[in-house]
Design a protein around this ligand. Structure first.
Ligand code: ADQ
Length: 487
């Protein structure tokens, strides 16, 4: 899918075929968060893992927030070099953190982009703070840039950044290649436009040379919104590149970890029971309450045959706990866990093990391999890398079954999953029942299809596909796209 999109879209946008990635240019990655240089590898998060391939073999800089909160937002980035990669980080002032990050990014954009208008908030001062932090990022980044850098901006925190960088850079800024990738869904235009100032955000997106999203559905929504807001040229620069993982690397890690001491402890604790695993951030987009209720129905129904026979292990590290909805969700899950365990547990069996801490990636990989079922049921998700990690972690001779929401971007690729509507707890219970009794031959056939997709649309294909389009277009065509501003 990525390859097809790339050539069609490169041809349509620039009138020239993509010439491929240009590793002689420096790659500048801009994202809200910059990984800690000391935490590279095993404990790095989804974005960091996905971008490893893009960074390797070329000079790169990663610019963004340090994760530190100080009195006022810094104006000069802190630079740390690690081989050919420079980390450039800014501390955020407390007020900026509250308005830009907790406010507009997490309480306005995040719910709206996940189709949750009912809990979408809007506050003009938060929005002003969001634009101010984007301006501050651009002002701090501009002096570090070289004329032929390729700039790749990530996610909804930074919609305005590209336009701000162009305005700061004069003629050089207009010529520079700046791409944007949205990791979360892009909803239908009518949902997007419900957010005040949505038209300004669309104009922000129109400043980028290439605008990437996860799926063709997202791309269609974004093109429609751009076109009807008068940004027809920008609509032609939209393409879909599904984010992926390092499939072979994760598989090897899972195999190794499944032989380690933690996996042995987990296995011993199961005493032969089938394991269902869930791995998510504690977020209301992940559909956790419906999932817990679905699991409760599995235990309550099906002639009681799953009672005492299955254990569900859910990791859900607490995130964004300053936002009210997240605190409410935590209370709801605490209560559901108590109710399910109170109702069904035996003195030697706890049906639901619920852990609100993060775990090391290697440990997770090993646990995923032990699990008979991977339960991934977000109400809406850009892609969902956990689904792909679960598939990659499996033993090819005795793989587990993936139960997957139809509303995760990953459902487009992973046809071998048992696909469910995450709003229907009974459907989740039925899928779990089917997964737990699925014969080996069917499990293998389904897993093979999924593993093939995870390998094809891996992290390397994602970043290569996007960057080939961004770096392959000719400079004059890009200049024409931006109203002929380039000299
Ligand atoms: P996220 O919303 O963060 O990413 P996801 O794609 O699931 O979601 O990636 C999460 C990563 O964190 C995975 O690598 C997972 O293993 C790890 N993780 C999750 N829970 C963990 C835990 N308890 N302990 C340790 N690690 C844990 C955004 C979008 C997604 C999109 C990605 C990549 O919201 O839809 O797939 O970007 O584009």
């Amino acid at each position: 899918m990525a390859r097809r999109t790339e050539s069609r879209h490169a041809g349509a946008a620039y009138g020239a075929p993509a010439a491929g990635m240009d590793r002689t240019r420096r790659l500048v990655i801009v994202a809200n968060r910059v990984p800690n240089p000391r935490e590279r590898g095993a404990s790095a998060g989804g974005l960091a893992v996905a971008l490893q391939e893009a960074i390797s073999g070329r000079e790169a800089m990663w610019f963004g927030w340090s994760g530190q909160i100080t009195e006022t937002t810094a104006t000069t980035p802190r630079l740390t070099r690690h081989r050919r990669l420079t980390y450039a980080t800014l501390d955020l002032g407390a007020e900026d953190y509250r308005r830009y990050y907790q406010g507009f990014a997490n309480a306005s954009l995040w719910p709206m982009l996940h189709y949750r208008l009912g809990i979408t908030q809007f506050d003009r001062e938060d929005y002003a703070g969001y634009r101010a932090v984007n301006a501050a990022f651009a002002a701090a980044l501009a002096p570090l840039l070289r004329p032929d850098d390729t700039i790749w901006v990530h996610d909804f925190h930074l919609f305005p950044l590209g336009g701000k960088l162009r305005r700061l850079g004069g003629a050089a800024g207009a010529r520079r290649r700046i791409g944007f990738f949205l990791h979360v869904p892009f909803p239908p235009r009518s949902v997007f436009l419900a957010l005040p100032r949505a038209d300004e955000l669309l104009a922000d997106l129109a400043a980028y040379d290439v605008i990437g999203v996860q799926t063709e559905e997202d791309a269609a929504h974004l093109r429609d919104a751009l076109r009807r807001a008068g940004h027809a040229a920008a609509a032609r620069r939209v393409g879909a590149w599904p984010a992926g993982i390092d499939a072979e690397g994760f598989a090897a890690m899972a195999e190794r970890a499944a032989r380690g001491p933690e996996a042995a402890r987990l296995r011993a604790s199961l005493v032969g029971r089938a394991l269902v695993i869930g791995v998510d951030r504690l977020d209301y987009t992940k559909g956790l309450p419906h999932r817990f209720i679905g699991y409760g129905r599995l235990l309550a129904g099906f002639d009681g045959r799953h009672l005492g026979d299955v254990t569900y292990l859910q990791f859900a590290p607490v995130s964004r706990s300053e936002v009210a909805q997240y605190r409410a969700l935590r209370r709801e899950l605490d209560e559901l866990t108590g109710r399910i365990n109170g109702q069904y547990a035996e003195f030697d069996w706890v049906p639901l093990r619920y852990i609100t801490r993060a775990v090391a990636r290697t440990t997770l990989a090993g646990f995923m391999r032990i699990a008979r079922v991977g339960l991934v049921t977000p109400l809406r998700d850009g892609m969902n890398l956990v689904a792909k990690e679960y598939v990659a972690a499996q033993n090819p001779e005795d793989p587990g079954v993936l139960v997957l929401s139809q509303f995760a971007g990953a459902a487009g690729d992973l046809k071998g999953a048992l696909v469910v509507n995450p709003l229907d707890p009974d459907e989740i219970a039925e899928a779990l029942d089917r997964a737990l009794s699925m014969p080996t031959a069917e499990r293998i056939a389904r897993w093979r299809q999924m593993m093939e997709a995870v390998r094809t649309n891996d992290a390397a294909a994602w970043s290569r596909g996007f960057l080939a389009t961004l770096e392959g277009g000719s400079a004059s065509a890009l200049a024409a796209e931006h109203g002929g501003k380039a000299a």
